[in-house]
Design a protein around this ligand. Structure first.
Ligand SMILES: Cc1cc2nc3c(=O)[nH]c(=O)nc-3n(C[C@H](O)[C@H](O)[C@H](O)COP(=O)(O)OP(=O)(O)OC[C@H]3O[C@@H](n4cnc5c(N)ncnc54)[C@H](O)[C@@H]3O)c2cc1C
Length: 419
């Protein structure tokens, strides 16, 4: 029911209580702001519930890289390819796909990796910082991150990605043969080459982690309201939010609604094309064996992460929009993947999930102030790295709202970069 009365407040509103929005709320509150955190469903009810949990500092390589067009047919039509498409969505997808594929040149990819690096490189510290004093910290683990290949040739075929990581300061160790099993006994001997990167981390219950962060924020004075926001209107002095609960006047607002951000942000000058890259997970309870750290299977492009409630397999890119129901193919792919990755794999029960990665056409998030509405800020579009980069994004945005100068160059993340 819509209430006509406008509720006045001098709070800073954050719309969206995923990892990005909750991190914004915590950092704003630490900077002395009164904060109103709004979500239509509650903390971690969106994509932040179901990711692979990896604090993937080294994930500076976008999905679209040089030569992608020649690889698409294999990714799409090979039953073990990690790309899925709901064909009836194709006409709507095209306006995203064209600018997305245009980023497949080496210069653009260098630019993307260069500007993802500062959001990711110190993310483990950022997670320990944002969760300081919260129950949420129990879910954080410092850990290496392992990528497994069938053989040395497959690793060498991935040289472009590893060179890009090297250029951006990342280092690793290559393991071959039994050395892999000595580090990760669960991995099948069919994988003869692996890369291990130190100083990464993972979250053993990503959904509960964000819920616990939100609970800590509320205990510290952040107001949490469950309602849908339909429109944000810039006023002379602050902004008005039009919600299911009526209108709310606020000092400033951060739009952090993940894959659903276009509708609220476009009227405020955000012109970066945004699409959902649907992804899937399967949680296998009581696995017969599991790795001790997140393991990326580079053959089927999924991650196996040991979590509080079982082994989580997560990955797959499916284009099909925000409304279509989940598909079975990606789940079958993940199940074939775990059987290949871990010998004689058994488990007790299975839970499946599908979620929406907020994918921008140039693989960089939108972070910063609206170019036309002085009380409106954006924090969305984090693709495959939103869990990792969420706390840092929250800190940077809170600093901007408080009038402080962030200590990294924010130009690449501006909302009007598509001219
Ligand atoms: C299968 C899979 C695996 C992944 N693995 C990793 C990983 O290992 N590491 C990593 O860093 N990232 C990973 N990601 C990406 C990561 O999960 C996302 O980038 C991140 O969760 C996005 O967070 P967010 O806060 O921007 O959005 P969300 O978590 O989606 O939050 C947005 C919130 O906005 C709310 N909302 C939307 N519209 C409105 C409205 N109009 N009014 C009020 N509320 C609204 C929603 O209810 C939702 O709670 C993965 C993603 C998937 C799908």
């Amino acid at each position: 029911m819509t209430r006509a009365k406008t509720q006045k407040s001098r709070k800073v509103a954050v719309i969206g209580a995923g990892i990005v929005g909750v991190s914004c709320a915590i950092h704003l509150q630490r900077l002395g702001k009164q904060v109103l955190l709004i979500d239509r469903a509650g903390p971690a009810e969106g994509t932040s519930h179901g990711n692979a949990g990896v604090l993937a500092c080294c994930s500076v390589v976008p999905v679209v890289t040089p030569g992608i067009l020649s690889r698409v047919p294999k990714m799409l039509f090979n039953p073990d390819g990690p790309l899925f498409l709901k064909w009836r969505y194709m006409p709507r997808l095209l306006k995203f796909l064209i600018p997305y594929l245009k980023t497949a040149d080496a210069k653009t990819v260098d630019h993307i990796a260069k500007h993802l690096t500062p959001l990711l490189v110190d993310s483990v510290d950022e997670h320990f910082n944002v969760s300081d004093g919260s129950e949420a910290q129990q879910w954080l683990r410092k850990s290496p991150y392992m990528f497994v290949y069938k053989n040395r040739a497959a690793f060498e075929a991935d040289a472009y990605s590893w060179d890009l990581r090297r250029k951006n300061g990342f280092q690793w160790e290559v393991l071959e043969g039994d050395a892999i099993r000595q580090r990760e006994p669960a991995v099948s001997a069919d994988y003869d080459c692996a890369v291990i990167l130190q100083d990464h981390g993972f979250v053993t219950n990503p959904g509960q982690y964000v819920k616990d962060l939100a609970a800590t924020a509320v205990a510290a004075g952040v107001e949490l309201r469950i309602t849908a926001v339909h429109e944000v209107v810039q006023g002379d002095d602050g902004a008005t939010l039009k919600t299911d609960d009526g209108e709310i006047d606020v000092e400033a607002v951060i739009i952090a609604t993940g894959a659903w951000s276009s509708v609220l942000s476009k009227p405020h000058g955000a012109n970066v094309p945004l699409e959902t890259e649907r992804g899937y997970h399967v949680i296998l309870a009581e696995p017969s064996s599991q790795p001790t750290m997140p393991v990326m299977d580079t053959t089927r492009k999924f991650v196996a992460t040991p979590m509080a409630d079982g082994l989580r397999l997560a990955g797959v890119v499916e284009f099909g929009g925000l409304d279509a129901s989940p598909s079975q193919g990606p789940i079958d792919l993940l199940m074939r993947g775990v059987t290949a990755l871990i010998p004689n794999f058994k488990y007790k029960s299975k839970v499946t999930w599908m979620g929406h990665r907020p994918a921008t056409a140039d693989s960089l998030p939108v972070i910063g102030r609206s170019p036309i509405s002085k009380s409106v800020y954006f924090g969305y579009g984090h693709h495959h790295i939103g869990l990792t980069a969420g706390p840092k994004t929250g800190r940077l945005l809170a600093e901007m709202v408080a009038g402080l100068q962030p200590n990294i160059d924010m130009h690449a993340y501006r909302a009007d970069r598509y001219g």
